[in-house]
Design a protein around this ligand. Sequence first.
Ligand SMILES: C[S@@+](CC[C@H](N)C(=O)[O-])C[C@H]1O[C@@H](n2cnc3c(N)ncnc32)[C@H](O)[C@@H]1O
Length: 268
Amino acid sequence: MGKTLELAAIMKEDAVRPEHTGGKKWEILHGDTLRLVNAFEPGVFDAVITDPPYASGGTKQNERNRMTNQKYSSMKQGNALPDFDGDNKDQRSWMHWMAEWLYDVRKACKSGAPICLFIDWRQYPSITDALQWAGWIWRGTAVWDKGNSRPQKGRFRQQAEYIVWGSNGAMPISRPVSCLPGVFRYGNPQNRIHVTEKPLQLMRDVVQICESGGLILDPFAGAGTTVLAAVQEGYQAVGIEVTDAYYKLGTDRIRYALEEANQERGEG
Ligand SMILES: C[S@@+](CC[C@H](N)C(=O)[O-])C[C@H]1O[C@@H](n2cnc3c(N)ncnc32)[C@H](O)[C@@H]1O
């Protein structure tokens, strides 16, 4: 079903191919998005759906400089998942960096391609600035309601994260994509393998913003949730992941999940 994803067809001829692992409809590249994204031919992606490092987790810089497990996970040390790179930038550096990769990624996208960026409340104003600095049109914000969260006396619960979305220029209403919800209610995954892993069903819903069968890029792939969700929904997908442990865990996870599904369907 569908054609096979060929890196040679979407990467520039003279680009050095980094270490990569994939299957019929997906690839994860091991490396730094800021460097790799310029290796793609212009206008190859139909959508960008990603969950970048938030560089959040506190109001003061010393709180934000902690390891990702300390900031984002309550797991005991013995069970802790690997920490991930790229989450310790201060506010100015983070915004500059966001604008830079968002600009480069836009060049690799088709005109009209949608973009979805996960973010928390602290970085919400900055990400909408970075998106627009990079030349994308900001079109709105959907809500991921996580349901469960720590109650805080005299304060509202922080029980949501946000999906800032937009497009690479005009996004005609005639695109063959149906009406999508503005609020998604899914709890955090129970047996996660990444510190900030998103629920698979949430990502299966979010990828629907892309026209059917399109090629989706996730430049911060983590445990590969977006790439797996995209393939499960009939898309093709490319992920990029810099942290060695997550490159390995993410690619293994996708391979096993898709092999299992093929076996269940009797496709060997
Ligand atoms: C918030 S996590 C993504 C989690 C993912 N959505 C999931 O469900 O597993 C961000 C990921 O981006 C990766 N990362 C950080 N800086 C990067 C860079 N410059 N290039 C590529 N990946 C990067 C981190 O290693 C981390 O795994």
